[in-house]
Write a protein that binds this ligand. Structure first.
Ligand SMILES: Cc1cc2nc3c(=O)[nH]c(=O)nc-3n(C[C@H](O)[C@H](O)[C@H](O)COP(=O)(O)OP(=O)(O)OC[C@H]3O[C@@H](n4cnc5c(N)ncnc54)[C@H](O)[C@@H]3O)c2cc1C
Length: 405
């Protein structure tokens, strides 16, 4: 049986960010990932985009990875939030915030490649991929997992298990940690478009009769589209010929960017809220989507997961420097306690927005209009939105201040 200090189950964006964060600390780390990612894929029109908050940029700075991402990141200079058919809208600008950008739009492919290269180059990380978790056991003195790789079952032990295995987290389920789950009965249709006019680095969030619609600025004049529709309409919307799809989108978005001219391949993501009832257990912590899977309405999911990583890495490294066991209850409880408020606030904010802005228009339009207006008129509400959007929390871990661990 191979023994490690930290065993990360799931090598998605959050698990891989953690493996990178823990480098150079003398820790023996293993990461188990079921799917061999094709991160070498050539850049294409269809790249999926992720909006990174300023706080996440600082975390990547602290991990010395921002330079590798920067060249392919499109800065957001302004966020424009509006409600179709109503006058209220709110605008956030980088000048108001005194920042060079409110956030950055980066292709998920690029984030995956940069993280993948960084982890592969780190000799302290043993990568098991493609390998699937079969069984997990968290005991008093140590935790262990069985994994299957190419038909061979292997057992690994560790002092701390990190569940970074996504919304359906097999670790969470096998250890009997309950989760509150709600199906929004909405599907995000994700694609890229090219508008007639330049996007001028403005991110648009527009609330429409079918659901929220986001257009994020990307390279080569493209905009990434995340359009939420009722799940029963998703199949028909996915099947529309390109010109009809663009016409429907144009009708919802309007002509702020002129005519929408080109559309790429579409992908459908059914949306749900998953919130684990516990963030930690014996020799176990949960990070990223395994503990909170959010509606993408405010682009918060990965940003919240990156903050999980920044906090966990700091607590683990500090404990190890004091000569303590990184799987000790002091460490896991400290992590759960520190993350509680951020998880609660961002989940409630995102879920509230998703529900408010997907209720039928005639009944709730005025409320939403007032909501938009209130957001502009009431600085504290807008500040909260800005703070969340930019990922500024209460107590900021070192990595999120751009500092090394
Ligand atoms: C349409 C859409 C748009 C989004 N836009 C944004 C955005 O703009 N900004 C933002 O911050 N967030 C955004 N998000 C959210 C973001 O994509 C997620 O929060 C993030 O990808 C979660 O990463 P993760 O590593 O926690 O989970 P995942 O990406 O789900 O990774 C989990 C990993 O665990 C592996 N795994 C699972 N089971 C096993 C097993 N048994 N054995 C081994 N490995 C296993 C999986 O293969 C996977 O690689 C968006 C989400 C959607 C759906």
């Amino acid at each position: 049986m191979k023994d490690y200090d930290i065993l990360i189950i799931g090598g998605g964006m959050v698990g891989a960010t953690l493996a990178r964060a823990l480098r150079g600390q003398g820790l023996r780390i293993a990461m188990v990932e079921a799917v061999q990612a094709d991160t070498r894929a050539e850049p294409g029109y269809d790249d999926r985009a992720i909006a990174l908050a300023q706080g996440t940029r600082r975390i990547f700075d602290g991990l010395q990875l921002w330079d590798a991402l920067d060249g392919e990141a499109t800065p957001i200079h302004q966020i424009h939030v509006s409600d179709r058919g109503h006058f209220g809208f709110t605008r956030m600008t980088r000048e108001e915030e005194g920042l060079s950008a409110l956030g950055y739009v980066v292709p998920a492919r690029v984030i995956g490649r940069v993280l993948g290269d960084a982890v592969a180059a780190d000799e302290a990380v043993d990568m098991y991929c493609p390998a699937t978790l079969i069984d997990v056991d968290c005991g008093e003195e140590m935790a262990s997992v069985s994994i299957e790789q190419e038909g061979v079952v292997t057992t690994l032990s560790a002092r701390l298990i990190v569940a970074a295995d996504g919304a359906d987290s097999p670790v969470r389920k096998q250890l009997g940690i309950e989760a509150v789950a709600a199906d929004y009965r909405q599907t995000a249709i994700v694609t890229n478009i090219t508008p007639q006019l330049p996007h001028n680095n403005i991110a648009y969030e527009r609330f429409t009769d079918t659901g929220p619609l986001a257009l994020l600025p990307m390279s080569d004049r493209r905009c990434a589209v995340v359009w939420t529709v009722q799940t029963e309409q998703a199949g028909a919307t996915m099947d529309l010929p390109d010109d009809e799809f663009l016409a429907r989108l144009q009708e919802r978005f309007g002509f702020r960017l002129g005519r929408l001219q080109r559309v790429g391949r579409r992908q459908a993501w059914p949306l749900r809220l998953v919130r684990a009832k516990a963030t930690a257990g014996r020799r176990l912590v949960l990070v990223g989507n395994a503990v909170h899977t959010l509606h993408p309405i405010a682009g918060q999911g990965f940003n919240l997961g990156a903050r999980d990583v920044a906090v966990l890495a700091e607590i683990v490294v500090d404990a190890v420097r004091r000569g303590e066991d990184p799987g000790d209850a002091d460490v896991t409880d400290h992590y759960a306690g520190w993350r509680e408020a951020d998880h609660r606030r961002v989940t409630a904010f995102t879920d509230g927005l998703a529900r408010l802005f997907t209720l039928p228009l005639p009944a709730f339009g005025p409320v939403r209009g007032a909501g938009m207006l209130a957001l502009d008129l009431l600085p504290p509400a807008k500040r909260l939105l800005t703070r969340l959007t930019m990922g500024r929390g209460d107590r900021v871990p070192r990595l999120a201040r751009g500092l090394p661990l």
